[in-house]
Design a protein around this ligand. Structure first.
Ligand code: HEC
Ligand code: HEC
Length: 192
């Protein structure tokens, strides 16, 4: 190949690489705005009460430690003698049980101790990095996580939490759309 041809090829490759991997500034700005929505939902008490660094789940909008000395346990489902399922069923109880009945959803529990996914109160950039790090998310990539936030029963519970609990204020469809926008633009992190 002549040097000119090589130069031409190299330029073409550079241009192609640029098109393939870089979102436009507009897409990036949109994606960062979408990430604000993601952050708002992830940090809402209906979500972050379970996504905690400590050992006891939190309760209420005030995010106080769970009553009855409940703990994460070896797999996130509580202590062997007091599993979450002793009180939490697969769905919320009827209103007749009163506003303080234990809420319910399938596989109610905390993430396991070696994969806590503890994002409560972390800054946006750190939350973003955490979600993108497969080591910290049980091996899920962003496509799997999009499916999780779209379909998982514990996630959906946040929009129908029972009792007098405040649901997540962002509509679920809007949240999922924001996640998709962010992911499709290459999942940029704030401050990066
Ligand atoms: C009752 C506790 C509980 C609540 C409430 C809860 N989660 Fe989770 N969350 C879990 C558990 C347990 C896992 C791990 C489950 C698994 O690996 O399948 C998890 C995993 C996740 C993951 C997966 C991370 C990954 O690996 O991809 C995301 C994202 C997530 N939750 C988001 C949310 C959002 C958003 C809400 C609120 C709308 C929420 N969670 C509410 C317990 C909870
Ligand atoms: C002894 C019964 C009992 C056990 C065991 C128990 N819970 Fe609860 N939990 C409750 C009750 C009752 C409520 C509702 C309290 C209220 O609204 O006043 C509750 C509320 C919660 C909430 C609050 C939701 C919110 O956003 O305010 C979370 C999260 C929670 N439990 C997680 C767990 C997890 C995770 C486990 C197992 C590791 C567990 N609980 C084990 C009885 C229990």
């Amino acid at each position: 190949m002549t040097p000119i041809r090589i130069a031409f090829l190299a330029t073409t490759l550079l241009v192609l690489a640029g098109c393939g991997s870089k979102a436009t500034p507009e897409q990036t700005a949109q994606a960062l705005q979408a990430f604000n929505t993601i952050e708002q939902v992830f940090q809402h008490p209906r979500c972050s009460n379970c996504h905690i660094p400590g050992d006891a789940p939190l309760q209420f909008d005030a995010q106080t430690p769970h009553a009855q000395g409940v703990v994460r346990g070896p797999e996130g489902h509580g202590a062997p003698g007091l599993p979450c399922s002793a009180c939490h069923g697969k769905q919320n109880l009827p209103d007749s049980y009163g506003p303080h009945a234990p809420p319910g959803a399938p596989h109610w529990g905390l993430p396991p101790p070696d994969q806590k996914m503890a994002w409560i109160g972390v800054p946006a950039a750190e939350l973003c990095a955490m979600i993108k790090d497969k080591q910290r998310t049980g091996g899920r990539d962003l496509d799997a996580m999009l499916k999780h936030v779209d379909e998982d029963a514990l996630v959906l519970w946040g929009w129908a939490p029972g009792g007098t609990r405040t649901p997540v204020p962002v509509p679920h469809a809007e949240f999922v759309a924001a996640f998709r926008t962010w992911k499709d633009a290459g999942a940029p992190c704030p401050g990066a």
